[in-house]
Design a protein around this ligand. Structure first.
Ligand SMILES: O=C(CO)[C@@H](O)[C@H](O)COP(=O)(O)O
Ligand SMILES: [Fe+2]
Length: 230
């Protein structure tokens, strides 16, 4: 990993009734600072692709007005070919769709980029990377799920680190140009293994919003990842 680790707190573990304040809590001090998150991870679930229902486009549109942090929208929905563009048009920085759900992921990546967003592709823990390498050439972000998508607060699945190592190798050798992101069960104990395997961006929900001071948790996680990556 060449750059400073990116930390993307998942607002799935935030208090939805106080969403503005919760995002403010990870926005750092004036001028940035270590307590400032790099991206805000927004988990969109439709109760079809995953057995849970969260939030959708109106909330992302409101968040876009409430913060200047980049919005990282993780769409756990059926038919992302139809719905994902709306999130790009709402001003999301990165829109991630699941390879298991997309009908035409190459066209979808092109459309997301044309709408001004980075294109992200996510793989569930049981989905091999090897089947999708040609598709990944069209994407900016690879989101490796380290839990079964659907809920926050689950335990990290270490088997997925092999996929991270493969992706890291492909990026470092110039075969792919991707931000490698991991999502699920990332906390002070697991972040080091993920960093050693080559993750660039770490999603953390319960480890940030379950902490007394979410901003300090962001800083501490980034620090641990940076130490392990060296
Ligand atoms: O996409 C998902 C779950 O499906 C995640 O973004 C979780 O929200 C991460 O939460 P923690 O595992 O960090 O608590
Ligand atoms: Fe997520």
């Amino acid at each position: 990993m060449a750059h400073r680790p990116l930390i993307a707190p998942s607002i799935l573990s935030a208090d939805f009734a106080r969403l503005g304040e919760e995002v403010h809590a990870i926005s750092g001090t004036a001028g940035g600072g270590a307590t400032r998150a790099d991206w805000v991870h927004v988990d969109v679930m439709d109760n079809h692709f995953v057995p849970n229902l969260t939030l959708g486009l109106p909330v992302v549109q409101s968040l876009r007005k409430a913060t200047d942090l980049p919005l990282d929208c993780h769409l756990m929905i059926e038919d992302p070919d139809r719905w994902a563009i709306g999130y790009a048009e709402a001003g999301a920085y990165n829109v991630t769709v699941h390879v298991e759900a997309a009908a035409d992921p190459v066209m979808l990546a092109k459309n997301l980029r044309a709408a001004g967003a980075k294109a992200g592709l996510s793989v569930k823990p049981g989905t091999p990377l090897e089947d999708h390498l040609d598709t990944l050439k069209h994407y900016d972000t690879l989101l490796v799920m380290s839990v079964e998508p659907g809920f926050g607060g689950q335990s990290f699945i270490p088997d997925v680190l092999e996929k991270v190592r493969t992706a890291r190798r492909l990026v470092d050798t110039g075969h792919l140009k991707l931000v490698v992101e991991i999502d699920g069960g990332i906390n002070a104990d697991t972040i080091e293994q993920a960093a050693e395997a080559g993750v660039d961006c770490f999603v953390a929900g319960s480890a940030v919003y379950g902490a007394e001071d979410p901003g300090k948790a962001v800083a501490a996680l980034r620090d641990r990842a940076a130490r392990a990556a060296h």
